[in-house]
Design a protein around this ligand. Sequence first.
Ligand code: NAD
Length: 292
Amino acid sequence: MTLAYAFIGLGHLGGNLAASLLRNGFAVTVFDRDPAAVARLVALGATAAASPAEAAARAGNAITCLPSPKVSDAVLAGPDGLLQGLPAGGTWIEMSTNGRDEILRLAALASKKGIETLECPVTGGVHLAAAGKITALVGGDAALYERHRPAVEAMCAKSFLMGPVGSAAVIKVITNMLAFIHLVAAGEALILADQGGLDLAQAYHAIVASSGNSFVHETESQLILNGSYDIGFTMDLALKDLGFALAMARESRVPLMLAPLVNEIFQVGRQEYGGDAWSTKIVKLLEDAVGT
Ligand code: NAD
């Protein structure tokens, strides 16, 4: 039987994920506080609901893709939240990037109402999400994952079941920490190449074929070089995720050295360009410093 899903949070990432579900024949009931985001999905075949509770009651299972733990909490457990609508035995799938402690706390709240939780943050960026080729990092019960695997596979090309709820948050925070470190490093490399008088297109390809290559360089340096910076992921979200990494490091007493530095660099980036600026604009700090 094909399951139906409520989808709450239809932004840069969630809008693409919900569209993948629709493309693959799932019935999707949507809610977002932004009516334009809802209209985009309705045009693709989704049904609109007036609240998360209503969407969840209609579909029986719910997916969230929201910008902060505070918003995930409100959408799950607030008035008119998912827990008011999901039937006992329903599933909440959290696709937002959330912290481990927070997802464990919210999963416990859901469990009290007979709702099971699957965490399913994704990695790879909006361009891969739009193509249905993003990677899912899954935390939760293996049988529950099997039940929702068709939906996960409709949205994601690869998925990794990491362990129980909380484990996906750990790996997601780690991989994002790496991505932000790589982004700052790629920006420094491009500026040095430019100041060294190199043709930047040629330098880009030489790095792709070199030991200094990274997924971030391959995918994001192009957006920096073409001047669009259009990564679909903001400074605010980067700082949220770096905050999770630093909190995890504090809790587990790992004296990280690079991540705190990169966090400070992003704080300056947010001050300069705003929280809604694309995270790739972090490279402009150096561009502005050298006047390119
Ligand atoms: P976004 O800001 O583009 O979208 C968030 C959506 O949530 C918006 O449409 C907004 O209107 C909606 N929203 C906010 N408050 C709401 C509420 N109370 N009720 C209903 N809807 C509400 O963010 P995004 O880039 O789509 O990211 C969403 C999550 O996915 C974040 O946790 C982010 O870290 C994670 N993520 C994003 C990317 C990416 O490339 N953008 C990649 C991986 C993970």
